[in-house]
Write a new protein. Structure first.
Length: 177
């Protein structure tokens, strides 16, 4: 796969910026990753993005593997390395520095307030990610209904989500979706 420095530079810069604003982890940046990879740069289609997201979710290890997959799709092996380094490098350095500083102020009132305030921000970013992936994956009213029902049942009950995914998968295999 031929890569150019513009693509590698775009991957490095965009994932570096995303890494610094992905409060709650890489999944919090999924809407921006989708916008960049599908809408702005055209590196892949909605369907391809959804497939990469699914692969990242079922793969063992951290979910940040989606960044590597996007980089690979955009610019081959070099793109995979550059995107991963852009997403993980700055965030790791910042987390190391912030963690050391954070620990010094563990009983400060402002720290507790800031920590409590970041919880809804993280939840909102992750919910936005789920919404973007659902829009990209659901191409019918029935598919959207299954996604919505799975989310509601997962939230409202203690049923293991794997059973809900199995039912949804069987519906898909049967050709109903």
């Amino acid at each position: 796969m031929k890569t150019d420095f513009d693509t590698l530079g775009t991957l490095a810069l965009q994932f570096l910026i995303m890494s610094l604003f992905a409060i709650g982890g890489a999944n919090a940046a999924i809407p921006e990753m989708h916008r960049l990879a599908v809408d702005v740069m055209g590196w892949m289609s909605d369907r391809q993005f959804t497939e990469l997201f699914a692969i990242a979710q079922i793969s063992p290890g951290p979910n940040v593997i989606i960044v590597t997959l996007i980089g690979y799709k955009a610019a081959g092996l070099a793109g995979a390395f550059v995107a991963t380094a852009g997403m993980c490098g700055p965030a790791c350095v910042l987390a190391f520095w912030a963690g050391r500083t954070w620990e010094r102020f563990k009983h400060a009132p402002w720290r507790m307030a800031l920590q409590a305030g970041l919880v809804p921000v993280s939840l909102g970013l992750i919910a936005a990610s789920a919404f973007v992936v659902a829009l990209a994956a659901d191409h019918s009213i029935l598919a959207f209904g299954i996604t919505a029902a799975t989310a509601v049942v997962s939230y409202a009950t203690r049923i293991n989500p794997i059973w809900l995914f199995a039912v949804a998968g069987l519906l898909g295999l049967s050709g109903l979706v």
